[in-house]
Design a binder for this molecule. Structure first.
Ligand SMILES: O=C1O[C@H](COP(=O)(O)O)[C@@H](O)[C@H](O)[C@H]1O
Length: 263
C-alpha cells in the first residue's frame, strides 16, 4: 500500500458530510497556500453530493479561494448536457452554482450528444487528453495532474467512480480514462478514471454512509483485502494518504478496533 490509511467513523451521514467538507476545505486551502492552486477530483453519488452541499451551505468553504481551484470528475454518466442524472449537473445544484468557481477550471467530462456524439470511447479519450494537457513534469507522471484530493463514493457493490466489479475498466493499466458500457447501475454508458489515474492522487478519500454500504465496507476493510478486479474500491489508494470516511451504519459490520484506525 502507498501512503497511510485512515478510517474514521462519524455518527450519521450528515455529520460525516460536514466533517468531510471541513477537512476538504482545509486541505484545499493548504494546497493553495503552498502551491498557489489546488486540484480536487469530485465524485457523484449520494455521499459525494452531500459533502458538496455541506461545503456550500456550512460556511466551511470560506478559507478556500474557489477561483484558484481546479475541479475534475472521477466519473460521469454519459447522458446529454444538463441531464439531471449527470454527476456535473448534481454538483452544480449542490455546490458549484453557489461558489465563485472559475469556469475555465471546472473540467466536466463530455456529455452524450455533444462534440463526440454518442461515442463514449472518443469522449473518454478527449478527457484523457485534457488531463494530460494539465499534467506537470514534476507530477506523478505525464498523464494526469497531481490531484490534491480525489473523492470516491463507494457503491454497495464496492464500485468506485464507474469501475464496476468484473468489468474490463477496473483492470486497465495504461489509459487514464475509459469509456464504460453495460454498467450494472444505470445509465449503462459512463466515462471513468482508471486505477492508474486514481492512484496518482496525493490523497484518496473514500466515502460510505448508510446501511446499504455496510457489507461492502466490511468486505473491503474487515479482513484480507479482496482483489480489486472483484472489489474495485480495494484498489483505490493515494500516494500519500488514503482516508475512509464512514458513518456508524456503514461501519456497523466492522470489528470495533478498525473503526478508528490508522496504519
Ligand atoms: O453512479 C455512481 O455511484 C457511485 C456511488 O454512489 P452512491 O449514491 O452509492 O454513493 C458514485 O461514486 C459515482 O460517482 C456515481 O457515478
Amino acid at each position: 500500500m502507498s501512503g497511510t490509511r485512515e478510517v474514521a467513523v462519524h455518527g450519521g451521514k450528515e455529520e460525516m458530510a460536514r466533517t468531510a467538507a471541513a477537512a476538504l476545505a482545509a486541505r484545499v486551502a493548504e494546497g493553495q497556500r503552498v502551491r498557489g492552486t489546488a486540484s480536487v477530483v469530485l465524485t457523484g453519488g449520494r455521499n459525494g453530493n452531500a459533502l458538496l452541499a455541506a461545503l456550500a451551505a456550512s460556511g466551511v468553504g470560506d478559507a478556500v479561494d474557489f477561483s484558484r481551484l481546479e475541479l475534475w470528475w472521477g466519473d460521469e454518466r454519459f447522458l446529454p448536457e444538463g441531464d439531471p442524472e449527470r454527476n456535473v449537473t448534481q454538483a452544480r445544484e449542490a455546490f458549484l452554482d453557489a461558489v465563485p468557481a472559475d469556469p475555465a477550471r471546472v473540467h466536466a467530462m463530455p456529455a452524450a450528444g455533444g462534440e463526440h456524439g454518442d461515442d463514449v470511447d472518443a469522449a473518454a479519450e478527449a478527457y484523457a487528453a485534457e488531463l494530460a494537457a494539465a499534467a506537470r513534469p514534476e507530477g506523478p507522471g505525464a498523464l494526469v495532474p497531481s490531484f490534491d484530493v480525489l473523492l470516491l463514493g463507494v457503491g454497495p457493490d464496492t464500485h468506485v467512480a464507474s469501475l464496476f466489479p468484473g468489468h474490463a475498466g477496473v483492470r486497465e493499466t495504461e489509459r487514464t480514462v475509459v469509456g464504460v458500457r453495460g454498467a450494472p447501475k444505470p445509465p449503462p454508458e459512463r466515462i471513468s478514471l482508471t486505477m492508474p489515474a486514481i492512484r496518482a492522487a496525493r490523497e484518496v478519500w473514500l466515502l460510505a454512509a448508510g446501511e446499504d454500504k455496510a457489507e461492502a465496507v466490511a468486505r473491503l476493510l474487515g479482513g484480507t483485502a479482496p482483489d480489486e478486479a472483484d472489489a474495485p474500491a480495494a484498489g483505490a489508494r493515494g500516494r500519500e494518504r488514503t482516508r475512509w470516511l464512514l458513518d456508524e451504519a456503514a461501519a456497523s459490520l466492522l470489528p470495533r478496533e478498525l473503526r478508528s484506525a490508522r496504519d
